[in-house]
Design a protein around this ligand. Structure first.
Ligand SMILES: [Zn+2]
Length: 351
């Protein structure tokens, strides 16, 4: 048993997180996020890195023992969209990738990754956006697939002109994260779940800097299809006995979670998590005085449950930092990130 957890390099954590947040990786086009994480973990020779055929990143970290391997997972894929239609006015109708409401990205800048590799800038607007032209309709019109459109920052007013720019049905669209770090707060889109990928990477860095080794051989599974429900359904190595899912905690009215604690989620839309592993995580948090909450998330599913649904015979638990306004313009605080990283380290080092 370690007496004190290793120190976390919070500059390293925030630098990695900011870089990852600024790397567009909507589900289906998440490879840049995988590559960014792979470059960071590649600096640690103790880990061996592999990609699954589906494109996830699997890091294997040999432990003091290998008789009961453990896995931790977090996802780099984010909410996003895809071009559904090139409209006759040259603007783009979108289809959503992942679960969110259009009003959460209304007015946001975006990048369209066109079919021939070029990236075009634009913004997502209501089709009747001008207050001087449409009056009350600007507030009254329903924000649905038909009423939202991308205005490209390019000279086009017809479908032919837009298609000449290389834009096609099926092109991916990423919304700007608008990352800002102030007074320990991190405000950005897609803290779900890049914040937790940063916690995992910072935990690896801290444990290795302290010249420690995980108690058991440990797999870090960086998933790339979580937001559509099947990220960790495949790719966790056979023989794994426990899966600790690291994903954001839902903050809001009636929730115990907040931006200054890590949360243990004991139940979400997929039902209860593994009681035995939950109890072990509470014991660890108490022992190391990690600031934590216990909560239930009303509209939430995780990659741990994806693995359970796929037949994974392991104990699954879920921890993560409190994120305000999730699947919207999100925010968390360094205190929640630190608590989550400490909890990950406590779990890694626990015999
Ligand atoms: Zn998530």
């Amino acid at each position: 048993m370690v007496m004190n957890l290793p120190n976390i390099d919070t500059d390293y954590l925030l630098n990695f997180l900011t870089g990852l947040l600024n790397t567009p990786s909507p589900t289906g086009l998440a490879m840049p996020g995988i590559e960014f994480t792979e470059r960071a973990l590649g600096a640690f020779p103790a880990l061996s890195l592999n990609r699954t055929r589906k494109g996830a990143l699997l890091a294997t970290w040999p432990g003091q023992k290998a008789d009961a391997p453990r896995a931790l997972t977090a996802h780099v894929d984010t909410l996003g969209a895809m071009v559904k239609e090139v409209k006759s006015n040259g603007r783009l109708k979108l289809t959503k990738i992942g679960g969110y409401a259009w009003n959460t990205v209304e007015g946001e800048g975006c990048t369209v990754f066109a079919s021939r590799g070029q990236a075009l800038r634009g913004s997502l607007l209501l089709s009747k956006a001008s207050g001087h032209v449409y009056g009350k309709k600007v507030s009254e019109l329903e924000r649905d697939d038909d009423n939202m459109e991308v205005r490209l920052d390019a000279r086009t007013s017809s479908d032919e002109e837009t298609e000449k720019l290389g834009v096609r049905v099926g092109d991916f669209v990423a919304f700007d994260p608008r990352v800002e770090v102030t007074n320990g707060f991190v405000r950005s889109r897609h803290l779900d779940d890049k914040a937790c990928v940063a916690c995992l990477v910072a935990a690896v860095q801290a444990v290795l800097t302290a010249e420690l080794q995980p108690a058991q051989t440990t797999y870090l599974f960086i998933s790339n299809y979580e937001e559509v429900g099947h990220g960790a359904a495949a790719g966790i190595p056979p023989g794994t006995t426990e899966l600790l899912t690291v994903d954001m905690a839902a903050v809001g009215e009636g929730q115990t979670s907040d931006e200054y604690h890590a949360t243990l989620c004991v139940k979400d839309s997929g039902g209860p998590y593994h009681h035995g592993l939950n109890q072990q995580l509470r014991t660890l948090a108490d022992r190391y005085q990690i600031p934590y909450k216990v909560d239930i998330y009303p509209y939430y599913g995780s990659d741990g449950e994806a693995y359970w649904h796929a037949g994974g015979d392991v104990a699954v638990a879920l921890i993560g930092p409190g994120v305000d306004a999730s699947h919207n313009y999100e925010r968390t605080h360094l205190e929640a990130l630190t608590a989550t990283t400490q909890w990950v380290m406590a779990y890694l080092l626990e015999e």
